[in-house]
Ligand binder design. Structure first.
Ligand SMILES: Cc1ncc(Cn2c(C)c(CCOP(=O)(O)OP(=O)(O)O)sc2=O)c(N)n1
Ligand SMILES: [Ca+2]
Length: 514
């Protein structure tokens, strides 16, 4: 018998969406209780964990991820994680169970009263089908919308009495393809501006890594002899950090960006907003004498940028188009930057990771005050080697590391989490143990919201409350969720602890006082 449920499963199967990341309520049982044998369910103990796992999975797999949340309360719990998914252009297909249609108007318990407005503005599309027969088509629309550039989360609220309704016709799975390369005239103009500028510089954003275009970016930098910066507040790593042209991550302020790029006459930004500033340090938007060309697949980023001429097109196609227009000559290799050997706790941790982590390791980080030390020290060369909460919303690292590991089982995922951030989604450790997902977690324990101490100084705010998070025994908490844990010092023997933990095919937590 053809039902809304069977037809929806056919649509999901055709889209490769056979893993459901969820946390259930009674509204969701008719859906998850009838999953076909080729579907699986990955549970998080709250919806922030569920969406964090799905976000990591979607980003690391390059495809959509299917989420199932419980009505309004579950959607509300997920909103923090959705801020990150939104800014990471993460294609999440979020379904939420709705009360039966007869109960909705009177707001019976577990009614999602404002289902299509509740997740706004953090979804591209929010649907609640007007009739049961439209659920399968709505699901197909949601999947295509999530995957069309600019990609992003979508939301479908489904009354739970829809699932067993019979359907007269089967909704057929459809293919939707999207073009997107820049017109030849635009590519000619950008290539000409690159060729005629005296001191051009390349600034790359996370969308380059999301588009699997790092190698194209390296070829462009080498061909045109460009120094390369990563755009402020990176959520992915678009360029090898040991490449001789790599200069570092741009400071996340107007004054900082202009100071770092001073002396360049053309700034070519690819796959990043212009720019994701963070700390407010007013100053010139561009250095004297500089012009900016901005390439993005997101019309919203193009429209709201503070400066530059923007071209909306897909990142790989544009990089490839520019390469075809630049002379074949290889610019002379620059002198490699001297490696700074730093000795503070976090730097020693990152140096140790360079020694023991495999080349293909993937870092998921959420340790805000150590970000500069991380980018100064860590070796990241492989595509898809780094994930950070795109909106800075804490509670990403612990669950997203699980999603990344599920999507990339052949690569080692190492999560570096601040002792403050760890508390925002600590129940993710239960999922790590339950599904035996072998992430190695490093919790850097400085007993403080270290980044906020820095901001308090920057903002000249004396001794604000709420920055002390001392007294947390993460080893007991981890063991309580079923994950092996130990403490280790950031010193010469750290490798002796990290190596066996990383080699073990099981999750582990290593707490490092810093
Ligand atoms: C959901 C959420 N809540 C609060 C914050 C504010 N916040 C907070 C609370 C930070 C402290 C992070 O402390 P940590 O221990 O994780 O890392 P550091 O000590 O290295 O800064 S950084 C920051 O922006 C946030 N970003 N996201
Ligand atoms: Ca901390």
């Amino acid at each position: 018998m053809r039902t809304v449920l069977s037809s929806t499963f056919n649509i999901l199967r055709a889209s490769g969406l056979t893993t459901v990341f969820g946390n259930p309520g009674s509204n969701e049982l008719p859906f998850i209780g009838n999953l076909p044998n080729d579907f699986s369910y990955v549970m998080g103990l709250n919806e922030a964990v569920v969406v964090g796992i799905a976000d990591g999975y979607a980003q690391a797999s390059g495809g959509p991820a299917l989420v199932n949340l419980h009505s309004a309360a579950g959607t509300g719990n997920a909103m923090g994680a959705l801020t990150n998914a939104w800014y990471a252009h993460s294609p999440l297909v979020i379904t939420s169970g709705q009360q039966v249609r007869e109960h909705m108007g009177g707001e019976a318990m577990l009614s999602n009263v404002a289902a299509t407005t509740l997740p706004q503005p953090l979804v591209k599309l929010a649907l609640e089908p007007a009739l049961p027969a439209d659920v399968p088509r709505s699901m197909a629309q949601a999947v295509h919308s999530a995957m069309l550039h600019p990609r992003g989360p979508v939301y479908v609220s489904i009354p739970y009495d829809d699932w067993d309704r019979e359907l007269d016709t089967e909704v057929q799975a459809r293919r939707v393809r999207q073009g997107g390369g820049l017109p030849a005239g635009d590519l000619d103009e950008i290539a000409a501006r690159l060729s005629t500028s005296e001191r051009p510089v390349l600034v790359l954003g996370g969308d380059v890594d999301a588009a699997q275009a790092n190698a194209l970016a390296v070829r462009l930098a080498d061909r045109a002899g460009l120094p390369v910066w990563i755009a402020p507040s990176p959520y992915r790593c678009p360029f090898p950090t040991r490449h001789p042209r790599f200069q570092g991550v741009l400071p996340a302020s107007m004054r900082g960006v202009s100071a770092a790029l001073a002396g360049h006459d053309l700034i070519l930004v690819v796959g990043a907003p212009v720019f994701r500033y963070h700390q407010y340090e007013p100053g010139p938007l561009l250095p004297d004498g500089a012009s900016l060309v901005h390439i993005t697949s997101d019309p919203g980023e193009a429209a709201r940028a503070w400066s530059g001429d923007a071209f909306v097109g897909d990142v790989p196609g544009t990089l490839d188009g520019l390469l075809r227009r630049l002379p074949e000559k290889q610019a002379p290799a620059p002198v490699p930057r001297p490696r700074q050997v730093l000795s503070s706790g976090p730097e020693r941790v990152f140096e140790t990771l360079n020694q023991v982590a495999p080349e293909s390791a993937i870092y998921v980080t959420e340790s805000t005050s150590t970000a500069d030390a991380f980018w100064t020290t860590i070796d990241i060369s492989a595509q898809g080697g780094f994930y950070f909460p795109a909106a800075g919303g804490l509670g990403f690292g612990l669950p997203a590391a699980l999603g990344v590991q599920l999507a990339q089982p052949e690569r080692k995922v190492i999560a570096v989490i601040g002792d403050g951030a760890a508390n925002f989604a600590i129940p993710a450790l239960w999922t790590a143990a339950r599904y035996d997902i072998p992430v190695t977690y490093l919790i850097l324990q400085n007993n403080a919201y270290g980044a906020l101490r820095g901001f308090a100084d920057l903002m000249d705010i004396q001794h604000p409350p709420g920055l002390d998070v001392s007294g947390i025994d993460f080893c007991s908490i981890a063991e309580g969720y079923g994950v092996r844990a130990e403490r280790a010092e950031a010193g010469p023997h750290l490798a002796d602890v990290l190596k066996p933990a990383m080699d073990a095919d099981a999750p582990s937590v290593i707490v490092i006082p810093t």
